[in-house]
Design a protein. Sequence first.
Length: 112
Amino acid sequence: MSINNEVRLIGNVVKEPDIYHSEKGSFGKLRIACNTKMGEKEDTLFIDLKLFGYAYKDLEYHSVEKGDKIVAYGRLSIEEYIDKNEIKRREPVVYANSLIKVAKKNKESSSF
């Protein structure tokens, strides 16, 4: 099996996870902040994660909350939507396959 689109993100959860339940099953959404540094310049990317199946179970199992540091593995996608000003927007989204909590909020338990 060949994997053409796989990402690993390490970041901090910036707001409480959104949990949804439907007839097809449960799923969650997270927004994380990922810091990047290139030379002297530092930048923060805010990435939305969508969690289904095992990734959703990881979200529940680890009791992920705002401020926690996580590692997420998944597939990168670009979603299009129309904003409130009727402007077409494109935004990166990661469909997570798995999720690991590496530190509780404000406490480092790993060197990530």
